[in-house]
Design a protein around this ligand. Structure first.
Ligand SMILES: NC(=O)c1ccc[n+]([C@@H]2O[C@H](COP(=O)([O-])OP(=O)(O)OC[C@H]3O[C@@H](n4cnc5c(N)ncnc54)[C@H](OP(=O)(O)O)[C@@H]3O)[C@@H](O)[C@H]2O)c1
Length: 407
């Protein structure tokens, strides 16, 4: 924290679900946090309101014409926020020396460049944008370590794992300590919990007829559309598996996915001596956001305390990789290594968009990802951002061709 005691924050993806949760938490702590910059893609109406409320130094719209619109609306209202656009605008507001903390909450691959830049700029990075880490893996973790950034997981499962890790491991920069195998001794397994999504009990036949409206209606969490579909296919859990692999430097064989429909336990860590530590709470993203903002301190988040008597029962099940092949494909992508995770992520993003636009069915999502993984050339060299972005673009072209061939 700065001398003034106020942490300056850039919020990437301010108009989204994680963006809203973050602003709700910081609205309770104006003595600790100041909004330096807010960013979005095209949602000018929401950004106008946020700029009026938060009066940030900068607002960035990724889309240029949205930036022009926002700029003229703010000028009419005499709001002094400077409006920037595109990737250059996003980079400017994460790299600025005045910024202490970047909340990476853009959805999908679009978040990779600014999220990686915030690690390179040595910021406190609150990572919600799991796709960025899935795509860039080692490159991202090296950037965190080499530039003394502090990487705090916001995904509720990874934040829970972080909370269940011994202090000796998390006392400094997460990634640096996680790669210290000596410090890690004692930890046997990570148990990543998953709600199982809205179709946990549905048969393979029923899954074929799932509509976008049904898929975005998650039983426990209120999230953006893309992650809601990912939760329904279990792709979200697969992406989280890859995220945990990089964040905690853990062999994939030692990470279990546990279906836990109540979403009360957000994940667990199992130790050598037989202890299993779990983090529990109501399913509300303001808890991990508040934890990641304030760690090693604790601050109020606005989340109702968990009433353990209301919960009463906790269930656990094995995931079904036949009905939910996206999870299986994530295991396969990890074992392929190199650009496979980039290809998997790109194919998923294209397929989920097509599903949300009712161009393909729910079960086509996994089929398209598999086809793309089979058709793409997987290379092991992922040592630069350029190589990663190239693999992403190529995979998108393949998936789009597969979709065209279906019609
Ligand atoms: N929601 C959750 O509970 C949750 C939990 C754990 C992890 N996460 C992760 O957090 C990230 C955000 O999820 P979300 O649910 O908050 O998504 P969301 O509600 O869809 O919000 C996405 C945000 O990203 C912006 N955006 C979209 N495309 C962009 C682009 N091309 N360039 C720049 N900005 C862009 C959107 O701006 P516009 O509004 O202008 O489109 C919006 O501000 C995802 O990676 C997700 O996996 C979310």
């Amino acid at each position: 924290m700065k001398q003034s005691g106020i942490l300056q924050l850039t919020l990437l993806g301010a108009t989204g679900s994680i963006g809203r949760s973050t602003l709700d938490v910081i609205s309770r702590h104006s003595d600790r946090y100041k909004v330096f910059a807010l960013t979005a893609n095209t949602n000018v109406d929401a950004m106008e309101k946020l700029c009026e409320q938060w009066q940030p130094e900068f607002a960035v719209m990724n889309d240029e014409s949205s930036a022009t619109q926002l700029g003229s609306r703010l000028r009419r209202k005499n709001i002094r926020t400077e409006v920037l656009s595109g990737v250059s605008g996003l980079l400017q507001v994460v790299e600025d020396d005045a910024v202490d903390c970047v909340v990476a909450a853009i959805v999908g691959a679009a978040g990779l460049v600014p999220t990686l830049a915030s690690a390179k700029a040595g910021k406190r990075v609150l990572l919600a944008n799991k796709e960025a880490l899935v795509m860039s893996g080692k490159l991202f973790m090296d950037a965190v370590r080499d530039n003394n950034a502090l990487l705090m997981p916001v995904d509720s499962e990874h934040n829970a794992v972080f909370q269940c890790m011994p202090d000796s491991l998390t006392a400094h920069h997460t990634s640096v300590k996680m790669t210290n195998s000596e410090a890690k001794s004692g930890i046997k397994r990570i148990l990543l919990t998953a709600s199982g999504g809205p179709f946990r009990t549905w048969s393979a036949e029923q899954l074929r007829d799932v509509t976008p409206e049904q898929a975005v209606n998650h039983p426990n969490w209120d999230m953006g559309r893309k992650i809601s579909v990912d939760s329904a296919t279990l792709m979200n859990k697969g992406l989280e598996l890859i995220e945990a692999y990089w964040l905690f430097d853990m062999d994939i064989a030692n990470i279990d996915v546990v279906i836990h429909p109540q979403s009360v336990i957000h994940s667990m860590v199992s130790y050598e001596d037989g202890s299993v530590l779990a983090q529990l709470g109501n399913p509300d993203m303001r808890t991990p956001v508040a934890h990641a903002l304030a760690w090693p301190e604790r601050i109020e988040s606005g989340v109702e305390p968990l009433n353990i008597f209301d919960v009463a029962k906790l269930d656990f099940e094995q995931p079904d990789l036949d009905r939910f092949p996206c999870l299986r494909l994530c295991y396969e992508a990890i074992s392929m290594g190199g650009t496979a995770s980039v290809v998997l992520n790109a194919a998923n993003e294209v397929a989920v968009d097509a599903f949300l636009e009712s161009k393909i069915g729910f079960t086509d999502i996994a089929r398209l990802i598999e086809q793309t993984l089979n058709a793409a050339t997987i290379t092991q060299d992922v040592s630069s951002l350029e190589l990663i972005l190239e693999a992403d673009v190529t995979a998108r072209t393949i998936t789009n061709k597969c979709i065209s061939a279906m019609h």
